[in-house]
Design a binder for this molecule. Structure first.
Ligand code: BES
Ligand code: MN
Ligand code: ZN
Length: 493
């Protein structure tokens, strides 16, 4: 699919499907729109009245144009009230148009949208992101060519000639989101620790990043007993991925992004039971997927920040050499952990990844993890939990969340709850009581960061969409990539 930019007037556009975005105040159709409606024999007014279209944000109506018109189909999409236009509304509205165009099998799509905040670059970037995220289809595992038929081929943005750089930027970001979606959507017999390392290798090769893969023996030397404890039941080798993007010269900031990378989470010997969603646990590398997706995007965007992308990748399996519940592991900072539940494995892998990142002398580190069901209970499917002892870093991430439209909500790091993790025999247990389960998980992680500003995002909810979330039908969302990109760009541009 290609996006083109033009300054063609609305009245002269010819092609398969024309999408027009309308504010609530504009559904009366005056001026150019009235003329256009005249060209279509009043069909716009008719469909607006018939379908009671009021221009509410994201609402759409569709109609075919009869006769020998240069335009075959029309999509009207609402933007809400004019004085309330947000960038996120544009992004979502463009996505809504993309979905109608896909359904109507449009090949050539023209988009007529207003300018946001007098900023054509931000407008075009948001539109390009929204429409492409909605049009993306994962057909890798389909054999029927009907599923493979490509749909929209060309999209033309009317009135935005000269904004090529914004399209390039959107494409770079979208390429990272799509990589993350593909990694999350692919099942655990396709995406393994080995293929995750290969994906990192591919990104390094394509975009000139530095890659270090620590094999099991390397991790042993570093004393990563927590990570290796989780990995020990798998027949696949663990891979500790460390990708680095370095700008030219001295970077403004040095940042770390760490992702939980469980390519499958069976629960281990505390195996996930019926109704636990075990069959969906391929998504448990969503943090690592966002990390690699962000790496791909950031390598192309080239901000003035050094960024380290880190993931301790393995599976949580069962076998004769699995961890026993009750085993004591020693992490690479020397802390001992009584594993009272083998299903709380993500925090064990993250412990060693955080210790590793903490030693790199970075200005800030952010981890993303599908860490707890408790966070899904607290915040639902659309919102990630943000935990950080550092108010400035939390603010930066809240800002990046607002810009990207990826929702987060700050949760309390209630130190008192660490009592629930006290162990009679080791320094700590890996799980506490059920209440506040996502808080104790964050408090556990905090034990492994000493010197660096740190934030943790629990993305167990938004990593996957059971229902259409506006940007994609259902399935892997690629959550985190756009927010991370905004965070890095805002702090290092
Ligand atoms: N990967 C899961 C968390 C999860 C749950 C992710 C639902 C996505 C959707 C994690 O490893 C896990 O099993 N957490 C346990 C922790 C418990 C044993 C303290 C949980 O949330 O039940
Ligand atoms: Mn688990
Ligand atoms: Zn897990």
């Amino acid at each position: 699919m290609a996006i083109q930019l033009s300054d063609k007037p609305l009245l002269e556009w010819a092609g398969d499907t024309l999408a027009i975005a309308l504010f609530e105040e504009a559904v009366e159709l005056t001026g150019e729109l009235a003329t256009l409606d005249g060209q279509f024999a009043g069909i716009l007014k008719e469909v607006i009245a018939e379908e009671e279209f009021t221009g509410k944000a994201n609402s759409t109506v569709f109609t075919r144009v009869s006769g020998a018109s240069p335009v075959k189909k029309i999509i009207l999409v609402g933007l809400g009230k004019a004085d309330n236009l947000k960038l996120e509304t544009l992004r979502r509205t463009a996505a809504a148009v993309g979905k109608v165009a896909k359904k109507q099998k449009s090949k050539v799509l023209g988009l007529s949208f207003p300018l946001w905040n007098n900023d054509p670059t931000a407008t075009v970037q948001a539109l390009a992101e929204g429409v492409q995220l909605a049009l993306y289809q994962d057909i890798r595992f389909k054999s029927d060519p009907e599923d493979k038929a490509s749909q929209v081929e060309t999209i033309e943005f009317l009135g935005f000639a000269g904004q090529e750089a914004a399209i390039t930027k959107a494409n770079q970001i979208v390429s990272g989101v799509i990589l993350a979606r593909q990694l999350v959507a692919a099942p655990a017999n396709t995406v393994t620790p080995i293929t995750m390392a290969e994906t990192a290798q591919q990104i390094a090769q394509d975009h000139g990043l530095h890659l270090e893969i620590l094999e099991q023996a390397d991790c042993e030397k570093l004393g990563m007993g927590a990570f290796l404890g989780v990995a020990q039941a798998s027949d696949l080798p663990p891979k500790f991925i460390h990708l680095t993007y370095k700008p030219e010269g001295t970077p403004k900031r040095k940042l770390g992004i760490i992702g939980k990378g469980l390519t499958f989470d069976s629960g281990g010997l505390n195996i996930k039971g019926a109704g636990s969603g075990i069959e969906t646990m391929k998504i448990d590398m969503g943090g690592a997927a966002a990390t690699l997706g962000a790496a791909k995007a950031i390598a192309q965007l080239k901000p003035d920040a050094e960024v380290h992308f880190i993931s301790a990748v393995t599976e949580n399996m069962i076998s004769g050499h699995a961890m026993h519940p009750g085993d004591i592991l020693t992490a690479s900072n020397g802390k001992t952990i009584e594993v009272n539940n083998t299903d709380a494995e993500g925090r064990l892998t993250l412990a060693d990844a955080l210790v590793f990142a903490d030693k790199l002398g970075l200005d800030a580190i952010v981890d993303l993890a599908t860490l707890t069901g408790a966070c899904v209970i607290a915040l639902g499917d659309d919102i990630a939990g943000l935990y950080s002892p550092d108010d400035a870093l939390a603010k930066q991430l809240e800002q990046a969340s607002a810009t990207s439209g990826e929702k987060i909500w700050r949760m309390p790091m209630e130190d008192k709850y660490f009592e629930g993790l006290k162990s009679g025999i080791a320094d700590m247990k890996n799980t506490g009581p059920r209440p506040g389960g996502s808080i104790t998980a964050a408090l556990f992680l905090k034990q492994f960061v000493k010197d660096t500003a740190w934030a943790h995002l629990d993305i167990a909810g938004p990593v996957w969409a059971d229902k259409d979330n506006g940007y994609n039908n259902t399935g892997a969302t690629g959550f985190g990539v756009r927010m991370l990109v905004d965070w890095v760009l805002e702090t290092g541009e």
